[in-house]
Design a protein around this ligand. Sequence first.
Ligand SMILES: [Zn+2]
Length: 236
Amino acid sequence: MAGGLMRAAAIAVVFAAWCLPGFAQAPPASGSRFVVVLDAAHGGDDTGGHSSDWLEKNFTLALSVRLRSLLAARGMQVVTTRESDATLDGERRDEIANHANAQACVSLHGTLTGTGVHLFASSFAPAAQARFVPWKTAQAAWVMRSVAFEGVVNSALQQASLPVTVGRTALPVVDSMTCPAIAVEVSPDKNAAGTPADSLNDPGYQARVANALAAALVEWRSEAAHLEESAGASQP
Ligand SMILES: [Zn+2]
């Protein structure tokens, strides 16, 4: 009976940790499952960038839907922050992402300016992982892995002949994520004819970006598996 109560108490503590506003809990070791969170930025009342024939919120959702099916076909478990034109605040996105105990979190954006793909990781200095970390700076404990993940995505996009820029910046949604996390901002294809909106609306270009991101996640999964193997091998 005491065991049962202690178990119940432990569950209550975990539950309380998740529900405590202002705190995020570090997830447990991942085992062999590989979970990806896709966050289609903006949505509902928040259109994001827009022109007469392009809305960022629609673009990010279309890209999320494409990527989700590519990743599912590669055996990954995918959690999305939205599947429709819903209004979602940053805190809700982070709740969804942090509940997933994911090996990769990708926040998707689009912009009519520039060309190619811009990658951003949090600008936080690395911090040690702790059981409880302040919600607003939760990403600090993950930022080394986020930068490594950003590097893998950079290589995959370059292999797909997509121009890439890589940066670090303050991103409220990413900064509260407890996973290797980056923001991916897609600009028009530099070789496309027509307007920037034509390029971003082009299903062929969307598919090319989604395929390159899927290849990056396949590579990141195999790197994560190798890291776990070597961690296991070093155990006495
Ligand atoms: Zn955006």
